[in-house]
Design a binder for this molecule. Structure first.
Ligand code: GLN
Length: 227
């Protein structure tokens, strides 16, 4: 079993949002928004590939669906993945290094300043990737130790930490507001009502450990399909 989808579901329950667990392309097609949880990104990538979920996820992004990606989920969406190099969906204009903080400081809870609220965010890092580079369409919402740890590209919200593992619902609340925005509207300052969105919640669970071969993300076009 891979992916900490139940922890995300508990936060959505607290916020009163509807969701479904996505395991099949048919379920993914019902989704208006998607959470890609943490876990082991190589295993999750294989699961996406084996279950035929890559195309529905791309299609959701193309029709303006919001994504919340946490930790391994961020690795899955990044344009380029290093250490080791790994295929990815390439939807977010990010370069990430897996397990980038090394063993000693790989995991821990930090209070980090962010643009989402005046108080610090509570952030749990577990063998987190480092965001090494961001494209021009990416807004940095929080940094830690000199690297972005929470970013937004249009309706993609990506964290290298685990907001679902704390009592702090700020990131999920922001995601629900983002998801409730019309696809064509400006992504600035989401203000719609959180419960209005039909949330899907993508889990990824599988056992295969093989390096997956999703299509190469290739060069990232300027800007973003989501802004
Ligand atoms: N280290 C994991 C990976 O590279 C991600 C860890 C996480 O999601 N907490 O896939």
């Amino acid at each position: 079993m891979q992916g900490d989808f139940e922890a995300h579901a508990r936060v959505l329950d607290r916020l009163g949002a509807d969701y479904l667990f996505v395991r099949t392309p048919q379920e993914a097609a019902q989704a208006d928004a998607m959470i890609l949880p943490g876990g082991e990104s190589t295993t999750m990538l294989k699961f996406l590939q084996d279950e035929g979920l890559e195309a529905p996820l791309r299609s959701l992004a193309e029709r303006g669906g919001a994504f919340l990606a946490t930790c391994a989920g961020t690795i899955l969406l990044a344009r380029e993945v290093r250490s080791p190099s790994q295929a990815s969906l390439g939807l977010a204009d990010l370069v990430v290094t897996r397990n980038g903080y090394g063993r000693q400081i790989a995991s821990g809870v930090r209070a980090i300043p962010s643009k989402l609220k005046p108080e610090p965010l509570e952030a749990v890092f577990i063998r987190a990737p480092i965001i090494e580079a961001t494209g021009p369409a990416v807004e940095i919402l929080a940094t830690e130790a000199g690297h972005p740890v929470l970013v937004r590209q249009g309706k993609l919200l990506l964290a290298t930490f685990h907001p679902e593992l704390t009592g702090d619902t700020t990131v999920h609340d922001y995601f629900l507001k983002l998801a409730a925005q019309p696809a064509s509207s400006s992504p600035e300052a989401p203000n719609a009502h959180g419960n209005a969105c039909g949330n899907a919640y993508g889990n990824a669970h599988g056992k295969a450990e093989n390096e997956a071969q999703l299509s190469s993300p290739g060069p990232k076009p300027e800007g973003s399909a989501f802004s």
